[in-house]
Ligand binder design. Structure first.
Ligand SMILES: Cc1cc2nc3c(=O)[nH]c(=O)nc-3n(C[C@H](O)[C@H](O)[C@H](O)COP(=O)(O)OP(=O)(O)OC[C@H]3O[C@@H](n4cnc5c(N)ncnc54)[C@H](O)[C@@H]3O)c2cc1C
Length: 340
C-alpha cells in the first residue's frame, strides 16, 4: 500500500514523485519501458522558463544548444520571433535521467500499469508484475493514457516524427515551415542540436516519407511519438489526477508540453497535500486541481487552439499575408514561450 502511485516515469511523473516524497508521502513510480528517457520521443526544445523548476539545469550537461530566434516560414513569406536566449535544445534522455536521480522512491521499470479498479478505501493498479494499492493514483503516463481510460477520458492525438542527421548545427534559430502543398494540417521543423541537426514533422497522417521529401533526407535516425492536441475533458476523478501529456497539457498548435506539465505538477502537489491533510480523496476536493491548472495555463491553451485552427484552415496565401502583417505589427517581440 502506497500513499501515491505515479504511473509514468517521464519528466512530469518523476517531478510529481519528487514533489510528493518531499511532502513525506510513500511514493512508487511505475514505468513501462526498461529505461528512463528511452525510447526518445521529444525534440527537447524548451523555453528558458525551465529554470523556474530546475535553476541549476545549465550544470546538468543536458543542454545541446541555445536558441534566440524562431522563424515561421509560409510559402512566400516569413515571420521572425526574437528573444535573446529564449530556449534550450535539451537532450531529453539525459534530462529525464537527471530528474530521476532526484527521486528517492522506487522507480519500477518494465512495469506497465494495465488498468485501475476503485475500491472503497484505495485504488488498485493492475500491473504486469502484480497488483499495487495506492491512496491516490497520479496518471502521468503520456498520450493514450491507461489511467485516463480508467476514468473514461479519451484524448485526441497527432503524430510527431523526428529525423536526426549527423551534421553539426550550432546556429541559434529554429525554423518552422507551413506549406499547404506538402501538409494540410501540421508543420515541418528544423532544430540545430549542436553536434547534430533534427528535422521533424507533426500532423494527423504524417509519414517519414513526408520528411524525406520535404527536406531531401536520406540517411538519418528515426524517432516518433504521439502528441495530444487539446486537454482532455476532465483531469480528476475520485483518488485520481492526470498530469502532463495524459491530461493533454500541451501547446495545442506546436505540441510543446514539458513546461505546462511541470507547471501543472506543482499545482497538483498542493491539491494532493490538501487531500491527505483532510483525508478526503473525493472529487469534491480534487476538482480544485482542474480549476487551478486551467486558471494557470488554460488561457494560453485556448489561444493556442485558436492559432491551430487558423493554421489548419488557412491557405498558403492567407499565411503569407498573416506573416507579412505580423512583421508590420512587430509580432516578432511576442513572448516566445507561446511558441517554444
Ligand atoms: C516528436 C515529439 C517532439 C516533441 N517536442 C517537444 C519539444 O520540443 N518541447 C516540449 O516541451 N515538448 C515536446 N514534445 C512533447 C513532450 O514530449 C511532452 O509534452 C512531455 O514528454 C510530457 O511529459 P509527460 O511526463 O507528461 O509524458 P511522457 O514524456 O510521454 O512520459 C510518459 C511516460 O509514461 C510511460 N507510460 C506510458 N504508459 C504507461 C503505463 N501504462 N504504465 C507505465 N508507464 C507508462 C511512458 O513510457 C513514458 O515514459 C514533443 C513530443 C513529440 C512526440
Amino acid at each position: 500500500m502506497f500513499d501515491v502511485v505515479v504511473v509514468g516515469g517521464g519528466p512530469v511523473g518523476l517531478y510529481t514523485a519528487k514533489l510528493c516524497e518531499d511532502m513525506g508521502y510513500r511514493v512508487v513510480v511505475l514505468e513501462e519501458d526498461r529505461n528512463i528517457g528511452k525510447p526518445l520521443k521529444c525534440s527537447g526544445l524548451i523555453s528558458r522558463n525551465i529554470e523556474r523548476f530546475f535553476p541549476d539545469i545549465r550544470e546538468w550537461n543536458v543542454i545541446e544548444n541555445e536558441v534566440d530566434l524562431a522563424v515561421l516560414h509560409s510559402k512566400r513569406s516569413e515571420l521572425v520571433l526574437k528573444k535573446a536566449k529564449a530556449a534550450y535544445v535539451i537532450n531529453r534522455t539525459k534530462f529525464d535521467r537527471k530528474i530521476s536521480e532526484f527521486v528517492k522512491s522506487r522507480v519500477r521499470l518494465n512495469c506497465k500499469a494495465k488498468g485501475i479498479t476503485f475500491r472503497k478505501n484505495w485504488v488498485e493498479i493492475d500491473t504486469a508484475k502484480g497488483k499495487l494499492r495506492g491512496e491516490m493514483v497520479i496518471g502521468c503516463d503520456g498520450p493514450d493514457s491507461t489511467i485516463g481510460k480508467g476514468i473514461s477520458v479519451g484524448e485526441e492525438t497527432v503524430k510527431g516524427l523526428m529525423g536526426v542527421v549527423k551534421t553539426k548545427d550550432h546556429s541559434n534559430k529554429v525554423d518552422l515551415y507551413f506549406d499547404k502543398g506538402s501538409l494540410k494540417d501540421g508543420f515541418f521543423w528544423k532544430i540545430p542540436r549542436g553536434k547534430t541537426t533534427e528535422y521533424g514533422v507533426w500532423g494527423k497522417y504524417v509519414k517519414f516519407a513526408d520528411l524525406e521529401r520535404f527536406f531531401g533526407l536520406k540517411e538519418y535516425e528515426k524517432f516518433a511519438g504521439l502528441i495530444p492536441v487539446r486537454p482532455v475533458k476532465r483531469t480528476y476523478s475520485r483518488r485520481v489526477l492526470l498530469i502532463g501529456s495524459s491530461a493533454g497539457q500541451v501547446k495545442p498548435w506546436s505540441g510543446g508540453g514539458v513546461i505546462y506539465g511541470l507547471t501543472c505538477a506543482k499545482i497538483a502537489s498542493n491539491i494532493i497535500e490538501k487531500a491527505f491533510r483532510f483525508n478526503d480523496f473525493s472529487e469534491g476536493v480534487l476538482k480544485e486541481y482542474e480549476s487551478k491548472w486551467r486558471g494557470s495555463v488554460g488561457k494560453q491553451i485556448s489561444l493556442g487552439l485558436m492559432f491551430r485552427k487558423f493554421l489548419r484552415s488557412s491557405t498558403d496565401l492567407q499565411l503569407d499575408i498573416a506573416f507579412r502583417t505580423g512583421r508590420l505589427f512587430n509580432y516578432g517581440r511576442l513572448d516566445m514561450d507561446f511558441i517554444l
